[in-house]
Design a protein around this ligand. Structure first.
Ligand SMILES: NC(=O)c1ccc[n+]([C@@H]2O[C@H](COP(=O)([O-])OP(=O)(O)OC[C@H]3O[C@@H](n4cnc5c(N)ncnc54)[C@H](OP(=O)(O)O)[C@@H]3O)[C@@H](O)[C@H]2O)c1
Length: 361
């Protein structure tokens, strides 16, 4: 790319916003030129606004420290200086839908990490390795919004990334029933152990809204485009329990699967390790070379050892074995704030650039 696209980050001071800032440091296609947050942060430099809240393990990139934080609500002002925005603001769903639509209507594409638009029929919700063809509904959405280049695209919830790609790799064996328990990191709630000390040596068996997302969102990912809208798939039926565990980064899932056409273990592993999608074909900058790795050791994948596989963009799977009630069971692991949040959104944006939906303004 000759000239980098100018990027704004809405919610730049938050946990996901900081992850965007870190991932986009030295990005070959994108340059962060605008950081926006609540009126509380507006007018301060990014460094001042974040203050002691920097939650990344790597230092704050020099290039953003002195950017003056804009107010997310000053839409025209923010939109005028950027080619597209990433959205990671924490507001009510109604407010998020309204603000993301308003940015789209300024002809600024919005790639969102938020859940507000995940079920809007003409908003694509995409894992680029699985359903990049869903971006087609952008044309219908632009008609609805009355825009030429402005639209909203979203990525799905962090919890599904440890098993939805795996089940996709096994599609030809027709999974019919899935039982998943997720063990979710505290960064998924925007927290560290410093600001959530109750989580040290603790487990909380409830994450608001998470089970419904974990059961329903994969069906939308496997859905098809009909008349400019996404129609969700009928199956497999998925039931989940989502548990918060004392882990900083990394969502683990323990999963049982029943198939219509039961394969051998060797066939399942072969499908996993050879599973590729459009990002690998196009060699997009953030695409993992190996999307899913299979680990033979009985004690893998482990959060501490494996969460950063492929810079946090790959999925690690292990403990695949036959089950006495279901056909097979396995354990999956993915990085919730990289593949599950900001990294997944960056890969969506790269795919949108490659497909010609995001261009220089
Ligand atoms: N953490 C994850 O792994 C994860 C994964 C998937 C999805 N999400 C979703 O991503 C969004 C951000 O999550 P997070 O964990 O990064 O939250 P967070 O750390 O609380 O950050 C929230 C961001 O939104 C801004 N904000 C808050 N209230 C606002 C308002 N009234 N007007 C404008 N801006 C406002 C904050 O600005 P100030 O600093 O100025 O307050 C901050 O930049 C949420 O919708 C969350 O559900 C998070």
């Amino acid at each position: 790319m000759e000239k980098k696209l100018r990027v704004g980050i809405l919610g730049a001071t938050g946990m996901v916003g900081q992850r965007f800032i870190s991932l986009l440091e030295n990005h070959p296609w994108f340059e962060v030129v605008t950081v926006a947050a609540s009126p509380r942060s507006a007018g301060k430099t990014y460094e001042e606004a974040v203050g002691g809240r920097w939650k990344m393990q790597t230092p704050m990139p020099e290039g953003v420290k002195n950017l003056v934080v804009a107010n997310v609500n000053e839409i025209e002002k923010v939109a005028s200086g950027v080619d597209f925005v990433f959205s990671a603001v924490d507001m009510t769903k109604e407010e998020i839908r309204a603000i993301e639509d308003a940015y789209a209507k300024t002809e600024t594409p919005v790639v969102s990490n938020n859940s507000a638009h995940r079920w809007t029929p003409d908003v694509p919700m995409v894992i680029p390795e699985i359903n990049p063809e869903h971006f087609e509904v952008i044309e219908a959405q632009k008609k609805r919004l009355g825009t030429n280049r402005g639209f909203v695209a979203v990525k799905p919830n962090c919890s599904i990334q440890s098993y939805a790609p795996v089940l996709t790799a096994w599609k030809e064996f027709e999974p019919v029933e899935v039982v998943a328990t997720t063990y979710q990191a505290i960064s998924g709630a925007g927290k560290t152990f410093q600001d959530w000390p109750e989580m040290v040596e603790n487990i909380i068996p409830f994450i608001g809204g998470e089970e419904e997302k974990s059961e329903q969102e994969p069906l939308r990912i496997w859905g098809k485009v009909v008349d400019g809208k996404i129609e969700k798939a009928e199956g497999p039926v998925i039931t989940t329990q989502c548990i918060r565990v004392p882990v900083l980064n990394g969502h683990t899932a323990a999963v049982f699967v029943k198939f219509a056409k039961k394969p051998s273990k060797e066939q399942l592993i072969e499908k996993l390790v050879n599973f590729k999608g459009l990002p690998q074909e196009l060699e997009l900058p953030s695409a993992p070379k190996q999307f899913i790795q299979y680990m033979e050791e009985d004690n893998r994948p482990q959060v501490k050892l494996d969460v950063d596989f492929e810079n946090g963009m790959g999925i690690s799977v292990g403990r695949l074995r036959e089950d006495t009630v279901y056909d097979y069971k396995f354990v999956g692991l993915s990085h919730n704030t990289v593949r599950g949040a900001a990294g997944g959104a960056v890969l969506c944006a790269e795919t949108l650039v490659a497909k010609g939906y995001i261009k220089e303004k």
